[in-house]
Design a protein around this ligand. Structure first.
Ligand code: GLC
Length: 531
């Protein structure tokens, strides 16, 4: 079993995701930048997180807001320069914060020089760096795959008479990871950043890196229904999650481990049993294959309990679990489950066994923004409009103060501020002892000083109705967490001799409990069981 002594930072710590366009603007152009992040390091230190993962800031035409990379080893002018990056990283390290970069290996921008060469001619040395195929005899695309953002995953290039594959936008051609030269070039990219001192990578769409060698058609998805995105019409069994991908991931892991104390995280949207394969054979895969199941689950105690049990049982021996409540691709937790449940969600994220990842602004309870049609940026919304797939709502600027621009920018923010920013912001929540921000900060501090919470064992406790209950234990310290995921009061299973050490309302600390304890709707407690 892991003990406090041998757990490493990415097991003990809390990861905080920053979407750089939206965190802090330092030059008044309405778009966040690296210098802005640097200036906000004192806040992150105050909040108590251990690591920041920064979404892409590389030179990019911004067709997918940085997930279309035109140069892996530089910084887009919008975000600053390599000197700004070095400054940010040095100051983050001085503040005791690790820095995790977003590595986007599945595709480049169509403006990346590699693709410009590749599309130039069929015999170009870089042709085989991407996935090119002849049209079907009828002139159509080589297979039936969809792009994640709607429409086919193939675009015809009249210049050479072939199609190229893109699982995302046509401006994001997929690299051919079966090609050793591509692998070598991308390994060089990782080394570039590791040599600069970064502490790890979050690997974009890890499970898609290798496609079926014969590019077979994907079969129809019998569960698809009207209203769901095009991409879900087919089961993506040939366009991703191929067995050979694990060799690619093992290579990335091996390279990461040439450096001390780094972490490799994989973005993987797969059912639990498929997700587990990304820990790798003999745990030679990702340290943390992102667990997005809380992001996608219906907020129902029995459902969440089932998913926790299934996940906990599936993590391979020696593998480290992790939990995510929000990210830049999913609607905000406060909007998904409602403000009344955000305190319970915070308790859940920070008391489950496994590394928590917190999305910027969720600690304030930021809701999804309302994006009028003329303010839409996200290409998915543009391709499949009005169906709720757009990701701008969860990317609105961080709310720092009640000043114009919410303290995010002195210019006009690139996306509108989410409703309620005048009162829901860092300045006002810092001053309010019962704010969600204060709750997050206190929970993060408690987790840091309590081995039972950070690295302790986990056991579900039977509960009914809207209640969720579990124990965390390390050495002779056992904590019982009870959460009410409903709006009605309910009696939670506790134990005589227990003492409340943390309560979501802030009001019940030091209370002694018996065999059961009344919880208000949306209330959660951490109880130290008497020994
Ligand atoms: C990942 C990113 C998402 C991006 C896509 C294509 O899912 O999280 O934002 O659009 O990959 O790179």
């Amino acid at each position: 079993m892991t003990t406090a002594g041998d757990a490493v930072w990415w097991q003990r710590g809390v990861i905080y995701q920053i979407y750089p366009r939206s965190f802090q603007d330092s030059n008044g152009d309405g778009i966040g930048d690296l210098e802005g992040i640097r200036r906000r390091l004192p806040y992150l230190r105050w909040l108590g997180v251990d690591a920041i993962w920064i979404s892409p800031f590389y030179p990019s035409p911004m067709a997918d807001f940085g997930y279309d990379v035109a140069d892996y080893c530089n910084i887009d002018r919008i975000f600053g320069s390599l000197a700004d990056f070095d400054h940010l990283m040095a100051d983050a390290h001085i503040a005791g914060l690790k820095v995790i970069l977003d590595f986007v290996p599945n595709h480049t921008s169509d403006r990346h020089p590699w693709f410009e060469e590749s599309r130039h001619s069929i015999d170009n040395p870089k042709r085989n760096w991407y996935i090119w195929r002849d049209p079907k005899p009828d002139g159509g695309p080589p297979n039936n795959w969809y792009s994640h953002f709607g429409g086919p995953a193939w675009t015809f290039d009249p210049n050479t008479g072939q199609y190229y594959c893109h699982l995302f936008l046509r401006e994001q051609p997929d690299l051919n990871w079966r090609n050793a030269d591509v692998r070598a070039a991308m390994h060089g990219v990782l080394r570039f950043w590791l040599d600069r001192g970064v502490d790890g990578f979050r690997v974009d769409v890890m499970s898609h890196l290798i496609k079926d060698e014969a590019l077979r058609d994907n079969p129809p998805n019998p569960a698809w229904r009207e209203g769901r995105p095009d991409i879900e019409r087919l089961l993506q069994i040939h366009s991703g999650d191929r067995p050979e991908v694990h060799d690619v991931v093992a290579e990335l892991r091996a390279l990461t481990e040439e450096y001390d104390d780094r972490v490799l995280i994989g973005e993987i949207y797969l059912p639990i049993e498929r997700l587990m394969a990304y820990y790798g054979r003999d745990l030679r895969g990702a340290h943390l294959p992102f667990n997005f199941h809380l992001l996608l689950a219906q907020w129902d105690a029995r459902n969440i309990e089932r998913l926790i049990a299934e996940y906990d049982a599936a993590v391979p021996p020696g593998g480290w679990p992790n939990w995510v409540l929000g990210n830049h691709d999913q609607h905000r937790i406060a909007s998904r489950i409602g403000a009344a449940q955000t305190r319970v969600a915070a308790l859940l994220l920070l008391t489950l066994r496994g590394t928590p990842t917190l999305y910027y602004g969720d600690e304030l309870g930021m809701p999804d923004g309302t994006i009028p049609p003329e303010a839409v940026h996200d290409p998915w919304e543009k391709n499949e409009p009005g169906r709720g797939f757009g990701r701008d709502p969860e990317r609105t600027p961080m709310q720092w103060t009640a000043d114009p621009g919410a303290g995010f920018s002195e210019g006009r923010p690139w996306l509108p501020l989410a409703e309620g920013w005048q009162t829901r912001n860092v300045a006002s929540e810092m001053d309010a002892p019962r704010s969600l921000l204060r709750l997050y900060r206190a929970l993060i501090a408690l987790r840091r000083e309590t081995p039972a919470l950070s690295i302790g064992s986990f056991r579900l406790v039977p509960a009914e109705g809207n209640l969720l209950a579990y124990d965390r234990a390390a050495a002779d310290d056992t904590l019982r967490i009870v959460l009410n995921l409903g709006a009605e009061p309910a009696d939670a299973p506790t134990a005589p001799g227990g003492t409340v050490i943390f309560s979501s309302s802030g009001a019940r600390t030091d209370e002694h409990v018996g065999a059961s304890t009344a919880l208000a709707g949306g209330e959660g407690l951490i109880v130290r069981l008497g020994g």
